[in-house]
Design a protein around this ligand. Sequence first.
Ligand code: FE2
Length: 180
Amino acid sequence: MAEATKFFTHVALYCRDVNKTIDWYSKVFGMKVHASAPGRFAAMSFGYRHHDLALVQAPAEFKDPQRQQVGLYHFAVDTGSFEESMRIFERAKALDSEFVKAIDHRIGNGVYVRDPDGNMIELWNEAHDTMAEAVASLGSRKEEFKTNPIGFPLDIDATVAENKPVRKKDGAPPSPITHR
Ligand SMILES: [Fe+2]
């Protein structure tokens, strides 16, 4: 019997003010609350799984996230297209969210913003249509990776102006989860 497919699923975050964070993910990503305990907890979804994000009110004595620490650096949301990354980015900016950086990773673009607690989120869009193409692209950059495994600064304004963003061919969202 074949091994079951494994993939990352939800992210769980302790929040300084869970209501404020719910509002931010609702407005910026259009996520919906599927279950909640007011002021304590919310399970939020992009619409394809029952929850992609669990938000938990942190006790007052908990420390804020540190900018320089070992462990989680950021998590990424596949937006499906560069245009959609830009729409999300504009909504985040409208809420005075911190913009960190934008990088052309060659296999995709990453635009990095912080949520109200300072967690870094990468707005990611793929450059290739298939995993095989992406892996081939990575393979072709073996030498480059030795000195530059990250990528190149992405000029957002120029990318928008050029109107040739990288994107998936069909822009298809992930399949709904129908098992378990
Ligand atoms: Fe990343």
